[in-house]
Design a protein around this ligand. Structure first.
Ligand SMILES: Cc1cc2nc3c(=O)[nH]c(=O)nc-3n(C[C@H](O)[C@H](O)[C@H](O)COP(=O)(O)OP(=O)(O)OC[C@H]3O[C@@H](n4cnc5c(N)ncnc54)[C@H](O)[C@@H]3O)c2cc1C
Length: 616
């Protein structure tokens, strides 16, 4: 009888799964032996948040918004391990934030819940949580760490799963969780002069010499990481200069040439990131989506069916904020809300949610100077909004619907909720627009970008969608495609500043390659050039090449992107949290699927009395 579970991939998802296994095992009144095999080359819990990266590489989640300890909002009574949020953890250790705004050590000011901390610190927190969870396991649960990658997984004749590790060990389990996160894809072969991607930083930039020209493809979070590595990472400093920042160079910076497909800058996070109570939607609701589904008789079209609801909700959020700022409350009729909003627009001036969402209004395409000036003006105007915070910015409040109502988007999209064509369109243009609007860089990064543009170290000269062509001398030529007066530059290096989603059919990860080859996993949308992730059913079981779910395996995290929406996040406390909910329901089901065993204790006896509580 094999009562055993493998957790393959021990980043935040794997740690979350283990926490659920341990907590539910502590809470059970029918304890039975359980073996848990943790498999990961590092097995330190950090996953993508490596502990050896420099402090200037920051999280895009604030310190108070991260906790690996589930609470009742998501798991109800199934809370067993109490533990600190990231904020409480750093505070308990006397850690503080340095004057540079990113270095975490024992000097500086106290860390606030609204601070963006180094990813390194999250990695250390995750490692600590992993140790605590393992230490809290009840006696009937045995946990083994295998510091090795899984390279193969084979269903054995007796119904077990055989997991082969890179070090040659073979582990037999009854159930497996696949939480492998951002596995690399096989197509990232470096070309001369083209850096393979933005990570790991700063190592990936070692070949870029001071003064060389580096074309950065992207304006998002990874591009800002590269910018930090090329500036503060090379000894430069940003100093206050009136209400702006000024850059003091070290002389070791390359020249940074930014561009992107749309040419639209991201919106930065507000200066102080505080969200307030969850937004209560009036029109972008489950009932409205259910009604649309009933009307369409099947999957929806995100752009045609759903975005109109989202835009109306943004208009409501905008008016609600204006009303709150005036000390009143927005009252809308139950019938024909859009007409009531039109009336408010006529009286008080219009708010265009589509323009706010799209962000390209007024983009001049005359020449490089006109475009770059527009770009810098848009960034500066957004920073001005960001200084007011959500409570002082109706525009930011309207856009925040896109973050706050993420679970509604999941309700729309998950498990085939969109037509294949619409999922492609959603992936290609709606998700990037959402990310630009509400998952943009920290406020300070955009202040720094403006300072670098002013210092002539950074430029955004090409307009949308420039093309990069390799030159015989190993350099690259970047040419605008949309400017009336074309602009062309030869650069020493190009760097695509995106982290591609893990691809089922083009993975560099031996395990995923093998699972795909054996038909144990397949792509969710095999015909799509945009959705590379795994097909999972609503219970997170991978669907195989034969169309049948493999019930001994459950997949969680970024590999599921496409079949489910927005998997690339760490759990947050004090609210219903999807990563926790997924881990909980999957662990409950996996434990129930294990072969029965004689209980170790009489039914009704709880192990809670014998297991130590994790304290902070
Ligand atoms: C650069 C970057 C920054 C990010 N910053 C944030 C942030 O600030 N806030 C946020 O909420 N999210 C952030 N994310 C999103 C990120 O996806 C989540 O935070 C979270 O780390 C995902 O957890 P995970 O466990 O699914 O994946 P990961 O953290 O990637 O962990 C996966 C683990 O699986 C292991 N693994 C892979 N293949 C195998 C194998 N074959 N056998 C065994 N082990 C394997 C890896 O070694 C790794 O340890 C960021 C992502 C990236 C890429």
């Amino acid at each position: 009888m094999n009562r055993s579970v493998a957790v393959i991939g021990v980043g935040s998802r794997g740690v979350g799964v283990l926490e659920r296994i341990v907590s539910l095992s502590r809470l059970t009144d029918r304890p039975a032996p359980l073996r848990v095999e943790l498999i990961d080359p590092r097995c330190d819990g950090a996953g993508v948040h490596a502990t050896d990266q420099p402090d200037y590489l920051l999280l895009n989640t604030t310190a108070g918004a991260v906790s690996l300890f589930p609470d009742h909002h998501t798991v109800g009574d199934a809370v067993s391990l109490a533990g600190p949020s990231l904020l409480e953890w750093v505070t308990d250790r006397g850690l503080r934030l340095g004057e540079d705004g990113f270095t975490v050590s024992h000097t500086g000011r106290p860390i606030r819940s609204t601070d963006f901390l180094p990813r390194r610190v999250l990695g250390e927190y995750l490692g600590w949580v992993l140790d605590e969870v393992i230490a809290a396991a009840p006696p009937h649960v045995t946990i083994t760490r295998h510091a090795s990658a899984a390279v193969d997984l084979t269903p054995a004749a007796d119904g077990d799963l055989e997991v082969t590790l890179a070090d040659g060990e073979v582990v037999r389990v009854a159930q497996a969780f696949l939480t492998t996160g951002y596995t690399a894809n096989a197509d990232r072969t470096p070309k001369p002069g083209m850096l393979p991607g933005p990570y790991p930083l700063p190592g990936v930039l070692d070949c870029v010499a001071p003064g060389q020209a580096l074309a950065i493809g992207g304006l998002g979070l990874s591009a800002m990481d590269v910018m930090s590595a090329c500036t503060v990472g090379r000894g430069g400093r940003f100093v206050p200069d009136g209400d702006r920042l000024r850059y003091v160079p070290s002389g070791r910076e390359p020249k940074l040439l930014f561009s992107s497909r749309t040419g639209v800058p991201c919106r930065a996070r507000t200066k102080v990131v505080e969200f307030g109570p969850k937004y209560q939607p009036l029109v972008f609701t489950e009932a409205a989506i259910d009604a649309l589904r009933a009307e369409r008789g099947g999957p929806l079209d995100m752009v045609k069916d759903v975005l109109p609801l989202v835009f109306t909700e943004m208009r409501i959020a905008h008016r609600r904020r204006l009303a709150a700022m005036a000390g009143t409350e927005l009252r809308l009729p139950h019938e024909d809300i859009p007409a009531a909003l039109d009336e408010l627009d006529r009286k008080h001036g219009a708010f265009d949610p589509i323009a706010a969402f799209d962000g390209s209004t007024g983009m001049p395409l005359d020449d490089r100077a006109a475009y770059q000036d527009w770009f810098a003006d848009v960034v500066a105007a957004d920073l001005a909004e960001g200084r007011r915070g959500l409570t002082g910015s109706p525009v930011k409040s309207a856009l925040d619907i896109l973050r706050d109502q993420r679970d509604m988007f999941r309700y729309v999209c998950d498990f085939g909720g969109l037509t294949p064509e619409s999922l492609d369109e959603f992936t290609a243009s709606v998700v990037p627009a959402i990310n630009r609007a509400v998952v943009g860089p920290q406020f300070e990064r955009h202040e720094e970008l403006l300072a670098l543009i002013a210092a002539g170290i950074a430029e955004v000269p090409f307009g949308p969608s420039p093309v990069a062509t390799p030159q015989p001398d190993g350099r690259w030529r970047i040419a605008s495609t949309m400017l009336a007066t074309p602009h062309t530059r030869d650069v020493d290096w190009v760097l695509p500043a995106q982290t591609p989603l893990p691809a089922v059919a083009a993975s560099a990860d031996s395990l995923l390659v093998s699972l795909h080859r054996k038909g144990l996993i397949r792509r969710f949308r095999p015909d799509s050039a945009l959705v590379p992730g795994v097909d999972v059913d609503a219970d997170q079981h991978p669907v195989g090449a034969d169309g049948r779910p493999e019930r001994r395996i459950r997949v969680l995290g970024p590999l599921c992107e496409g079949a489910t929406f927005y998997n690339n996040l760490v759990p947050s406390p004090g609210m219903w949290s999807r990563p926790v909910a997924d881990a909980h329901r999957c662990v409950v089901a996996a434990l129930a699927d294990l072969p029965a065993a004689e209980p170790l204790l009489t039914a009704g006896t709880t192990l809670l009395t014998t297991a130590p509580e994790v304290t902070t």
